[in-house]
Structures are given as C-alpha cells and as structure tokens.
Write a protein that binds this ligand. Sequence first.
Ligand code: C2O
Ligand code: CU
Length: 551
Amino acid sequence: MLLLIFFSSSIEAKTRYHKWEITYQLKSPDCFQKLAITINGSTPGPTIDAQQGDTVVVAVKNGLFTENIAIHWHGIRQLGTPWSDGTEGVTQCPIIPGETFIYSFVVDRPGTYIYHAHYGMQRSAGLYGLIRVALPQGEVEPFKYDSDQSLILNDWWHKSAFEQSVGLSSIPFAWVNEPDSILINGRGRFNCSLVQGGGTCNSTNPDCAPYVITAVPGRTYRLRIASITSLSAFNFQIEGHNMTVVEADGHFVKPFVVESLYIYSGETYSVLVKADQDPSRNYWAAVNVVSRQPKTPTGFAIFNYYPNHPKKNPPTVLPIGPHWNDTTGRLNQDMSVKAHPNYNHPPPKTADRLILLLNTQNKIGGHTRWAVNQVSFTLPHTPYLIALKDRLRNVFNQKPAPDTYDYKTYDIYQNTSNQNATYSNSIYRLKFNSTVDVVLQNANTMTSNNSETHPWHLHGHDFWVVGHGVGKFDPEKDPNGYNLVDPIEKNTVAVQPYGWTTIRFRADNPGAWAFHCHIESHFFMGMGVVFEEGVDKVGKLPKNIKGCGAS
Ligand code: C2O
Ligand code: CU
C-alpha cells in the first residue's frame, strides 16, 4: 500500500515553491561596481528547475525602497493563468515596495525559458534568470548528452536604468549607447584602466572572474544558451568546436550543425558540444556583438578540458566572430531552424486574418520613438487584462490598432523623419480560436542606410515561424514561399534589416498579451502592440493584480 502511494505520487505533478526578495545590492559583475537589482542577493537570480506539468509558485517580495516591480515568465504560456504573466500595464498592476505578490503557473512544456523584470527598463538593472523544465519521468529528448549546463548571456551598462530611460524620453534624445560589457552567467570583464571620474573597478574581484565550463574529454554536453540582452544581438562560439542545435525556445529542432550560433534577446537554444579536441589545453567560449557595429569587447568564458586548471587561459587570442554586418549569415541560421520530425505540429494551412506591421523609427513632438504602422505604443495606467475583463471604459483607446500600412507605396529604404506617427494605447482584438498571420516588416531608421535587427516576442503563445524574406513583403506573392510543412515553433523571432518575418499563431489563450521588440529601449520607445483574445473566457481575476489606474 505504502509503496503504491509512493509510486503514484512520484509521477504526479509537483508544486515548486520559491520565496524571493528583490533588493538593490552593490555588484561588480564586470569588475565595475554599480547598483544592481538582485533576487535573494544575486544577479542573475536563482534558476527555477521544474518538470513538465509542475506548478511553479514564486512569492516575490518587493524589497526596493522606492521602486515598483513586475516579473515576467518568458516563454511560459500561462494557460488558464493570464494574470500571472507578470507584464506591468498589460496583465497586472506593479508590485509596490514592501508588498509580496504570488505568481503561480503551470510549466506545461519541457525546455529552456527565462524570467525577467517587465517594468520600465528594470531588466537592464539585473533582474533576470533561467527556467529549466525537464521532461516527465521516463521520457527522453530526441538527442543524447552526458550532462547539462546553462549559459545566460547579457549586455551590461554602468549607467543606471534610470539614467538610460530618462535619456530616451528627453529632448534632446540621449541614446543608451553600446553596452560597456558582455556578461556570461553574470560575469564579464571591463578594462578598469578606462574608468574615469571615480567609480570602483577592481579587475581581481572574484565576482568578475570568467565563468568556467568544465568538460571531460570525449563527453557530450548540452549547453542551454539564453539571451536576455537589453540591446545586443550576439554570436556565440566555442573555439574549435562545432555545435549541434537541438532546441529553440522550448521546441526540439531538426538538428543542424553550426560553427557559431546567433542568438537574439529573448531567445533560448540548446546545443550539443562534444569535447573532442586536443585535451591538453583550454578553449575560449566567446560572445561577440553582431547586427550593430560593436563597441563592446568580446565576452568570454573558459571551456576547460578536465583535468587542466580551470582558470588557465587558452593559448590563443579571443575569437572575434563573424562580421557584425553579415545579415545573410544571420538569415541563413533563421531559415535553418525547423521542427524536429518526431515533434512536428504543422500549422493550420490558412490564416483567418493578416496583420501587416511596419516597424519604423519616428519623431513625435520632438521625441525619438519607434512605431508600428505609425502608432507608437504607450502603456495605460489600468492594465488591459483588468480593463477588458471588468469592462472598464475609457481607460484605453478603443479604436482598433491598424492592421496594415500603405505597403503599396511605402519605401522601406527611405530615410525620412517620419513625422506622421502618433502615440496610442489601442490594441488588436482577435477572434477567439482564429488563426492569425503577423508579418513584421522592417525598414530604414531615421539614419541613412540603416535598418536594425528586432527580436519580436509574443506573450502567451508559441507561434510558427512560417517565413523570412529580404526587402518588402508582397502579400500576393510571398505567402507562396511559406514553410507550412515543418516550421519551428518559437516565442521570439528576429526581423533582419530591411527584411520581413511572418509568424502564424492560434488565438486560443484567453487573455491580453504583449507582442513587442525584446530590445529593452525599443519597447520603452513604443515598439510593441497588445493582442486580446477570448477575454470573456478568463476566470475570475485575482484581487492582487489590481489597485492601480481605474482598477
Ligand atoms: Cu521577455 Cu515582454 O518579454
Ligand atoms: Cu527593436
């Protein structure tokens, strides 16, 4: 009898409780000391480990003295718990200082995910970490490895997130500039001799010693690589070692081999690396900025062959990665990521609605902004989920956000000052259970011959990445080239310079969901939209998400 109880409980879903206190701490992740937002004293925060089907409960105490917070569980769909998505202004009111908010949600799929602050530009201040969801007992991935290691990549500024956000919203505009350093698992290396005008920088501080990945010769490692950058697109490589890509955003990938991996903010990948090179030395694991002209030194960790000394630097110079401006190389990787044949769920063959979103940089009343179909997004004071469910009127613009732009005449290569954009907090209301195609169209910024890379992230869903293209999307012709056979499902996808990307998803998760560029400053500057679907099917809203605006 006892044995039976033991046996049956071991296959049942568990509840994983976490108690977090969010505080500011003086940290030196790249040797330079600054205030960082930490979870239980550390940045990155603790990794959440769970098994598919488990319920994760996180009691978050806001221990900041004068600042609100909210934490988003990036890649977790929040089926049945749209109020636990953690998106301030969309799904909840912020958590005020001294208050404890309890997030509770089911991790319904195995894989690698992220969590991070979703309030103002707080993510850049260090509030982030990893979520790893294991397969149920007895199930195995469609690939083999000896052990599992995680790398969370970030870019880091010495300027505070406050100074950054004030600069972005000021006239004249002050850009955040390129990051001071690149962090791998919260460790980077700033050249302390460059510190001017005060500041504490100590290159022998153990907090900024490089991260070490130790490998036993002959073994195969699964590296879970996540990017939580505020701005940068990265290229990751391990000197002299190829990598086999096997997972993307929690979905198994038809394996393909790369020398180096491009990864954008909000994406996660698993790669397999075999320690099959000369074991008498260590190797660099290097992270280089791509998509923007790099001004940040290469980030590095040490890929250590046991039993060499883990801190022994490799005898070689740091790899500099592919050319930062190689858009074709990046697009090639985007198009190589396909669903694993045994885990392929092809999308519906047709879509019920097409939303064409033009991404532009604009000037509005002297402010530099980003806009989507000439609308620059602002968050309302009353979160959408509450406004929609409780039918609060006049708390956001009821006019539907535009489904298209003048794609016949708009020149995506033009450099104009785009004077005709407006601010709005209007949203897209999707028919419940309908299939939606969204085409993200990239264009020239306000600088001549410049178009940036934007990683777009959808809350509450995975989408199929059905197409990528160069130039202007043609609604008559380009859908013929869609991959409807084995497109990968993801929650974040890149839109390359002057290119377009089409995603397809089912509007089947009742709630209000943000869809935005994952570059922290771009979203802050208006690069996002909100989708609503089936809000009448949302269960009773918990009280603790309310208390701001009209709620
Ligand atoms: Cu990881 Cu709305 O973002
Ligand atoms: Cu962007």
